[in-house]
Design a protein around this ligand. Structure first.
Ligand code: G3H
Ligand code: 13P
Ligand code: NA
Ligand code: ZN
Length: 328
C-alpha cells in the first residue's frame, strides 16, 4: 500500500529503526528493492530524481512504482521525489501521485548554486503548504553536503571543486535547524553531517569517524519530532569496485560510508538513509562480469537478471543492518 513518509518514519522513530531510500530509474532497481523487502518483511522508500524522470519518463516511472504496490500489496511503500529543485517541480510530483516530496532549497534551481537561508525557508514553506493540503509529506535540506575529509563537494567522476567549503559550513547548525523547522513545518530534514553524493566520498579507508555523531545528537535533541535524513549514504562496496575494475572498468580507489557508522547514526536519530551509488555499482559490476564470462550471450534478460540479483543482495543487507527488516 502507498503510505506517506511521515507515516513510515513516525513508526520508525517509535521503534528505533532506519529506512534506506533507494533511487529508482528502471524495472530492475524496482524489482530488487521490492523482492528484498518481501523476503525481509521491510517497508520501502523508493525515490525518483529529476534525472530518473528524464530517463524513464514520468508516466513509466509512476506506473513502475504503482506496479510494485500491486504485486506486493502487503508491503508499505513511500513514493518519494528526491531533490526537487523548485516548488513547481514538487507540485508536478504531487499531481503524479507521489506521497512525499523533497524540496531542496539549499541549492538554486540549477541544483548547483548554494542559496541563503531565506530562499530555502521561503520555497520549502511554499511546498509544505501545498503538500500538506494533499496529505503529502515534505523533506527539506539545510546545510551543504560535502566531504569532511577533503573539504570539497562530492562529484560523480571524482573531480571536485577543492577547498570551496570549510568544515563548519559542512555541518548543519542545530539552532538553525530548529529555526528552519519552525519556519517551514517540514516532516523530515536532510542534514549535513559529513557525507557527500556519489562514489568519490573518501580517498582513504574510513577509520571510524566519518559521521559527525555528536552533531547528529545535538540536532536530534533540538528537533526530536522532525525525522533526520542522511544523503550520500552509499558504502561504495569494495567487492563490487574490484569486480568492476577487474572486468574492464576504471573506477579506481575510493571509499564510502561504512554500514556500521550508518547504524550508529540511526541509533542517534537518523531515520531515512539515501542510497543510489551502491545499487549503480552492483548493477554495473554484475553486468560487466556476466558479459565477460558469457561472451556468446546477447539476451539482455540474462545480464539484467544478474543486475537485479546483485542489487537485491545490497538492499537485503541494508534492510537488515538498519533494523528495517521485520517492520513491514
Ligand atoms: O542525489 C542524487 C541521486 O544519486 C540521484 O542521481 O540525479 O543522477 O538521478 P541522479
Ligand atoms: P549516494 O550517492 O551516496 O548513493 O547518495 C544518494 C543520495 O543521497 C540521493 O539523494
Ligand atoms: Na530525498
Ligand atoms: Zn541526495
Amino acid at each position: 500500500a502507498l503510505i506517506s513518509l511521515r507515516q513510515l518514519l513516525d513508526h520508525a522513530a517509535e521503534h528505533q529503526y532506519g529506512v534506506p531510500a533507494f533511487n529508482v530509474n528502471n524495472l530492475e532497481q524496482m524489482r530488487a528493492m521490492m523482492e528484498a523487502a518481501d523476503e525481509t518483511d521491510s517497508p520501502v522508500i523508493c525515490q525518483a530524481s529529476a534525472g530518473a524522470r528524464k530517463y524513464a519518463g514520468a508516466p513509466f516511472l509512476r506506473h513502475l512504482i504503482l506496479a510494485a504496490i500491486e504485486e506486493f500489496p502487503h508491503i508499505p511503500v513511500v513514493m518519494h521525489q528526491d531533490h526537487g529543485s523548485s516548488p513547481a517541480v514538487c507540485q508536478r510530483s504531487i499531481q503524479l501521485g507521489f506521497s512525499s516530496v523533497m524540496m531542496d532549497g539549499s541549492l538554486g534551481e540549477d541544483m548547483k548554486t548554494p542559496m541563503d537561508y531565506d530562499y530555502n525557508a521561503r520555497t520549502t514553506r511554499q511546498v509544505v503548504d501545498m503538500a500538506h493540503a494533499c496529505g503529502v509529506s515534505v523533506e527539506g535540506e539545510l546545510g551543504c553536503l560535502g566531504s569532511l575529509e577533503s573539504g570539497m563537494a562530492g562529484e560523480e567522476d571524482g573531480s571536485g571543486a577543492e577547498g570551496v567549503l570549510d568544515h563548519s559550513q559542512l555541518l548543519t547548525d542545530p539552532e538553525e535547524a530548529a529555526r528552519f523547522v519552525a519556519d517551514t513545518k517540514v516532516d523530515a530534514l536532510a542534514i549535513a553531517i559529513g557525507t557527500s553524493h556519489g562514489a568519490y566520498k573518501f580517498t582513504r579507508p574510513p577509520t571510524g569517524d566519518i559521521l559527525a555523531i555528536e552533531r547528529i545528537k545535538e540536532i536530534h535533541a533540538r528537533i526530536p519530532d522532525t525525522h533526520l535524513v542522511m544523503h550520500g549514504s552509499s558504502s561504495v562496496p569494495q567487492e563490487w569496485l574490484k569486480i568492476i575494475d577487474q572486468f574492464g572498468g576504471a573506477m579506481g580507489e575510493t571509499y564510502g560510508v561504512p554500514v556500521e557508522e550508518i547504524a550508529e547514526g540511526i541509533k542517534n536519530g537518523v531515520r531515512k538513509v539515501n542510497i543510489d551509488t551502491d545499487l549503480r555499482m552492483a548493477s554495473t559490476g554484475a553486468i560487466r562480469k556476466h558479459l565477460a564470462e558469457n561472451p556468446k550471450n546477447f539476451d539482455p534478460r540474462k545480464y539484467l537478471a544478474a543486475s537485479t540479483q546483485a542489487m537485491k543482495e545490497i538492499c537485503k543487507a541494508r534492510y537488515e543492518a538498519f533494523g528495517t527488516a521485520g517492520n513491514a
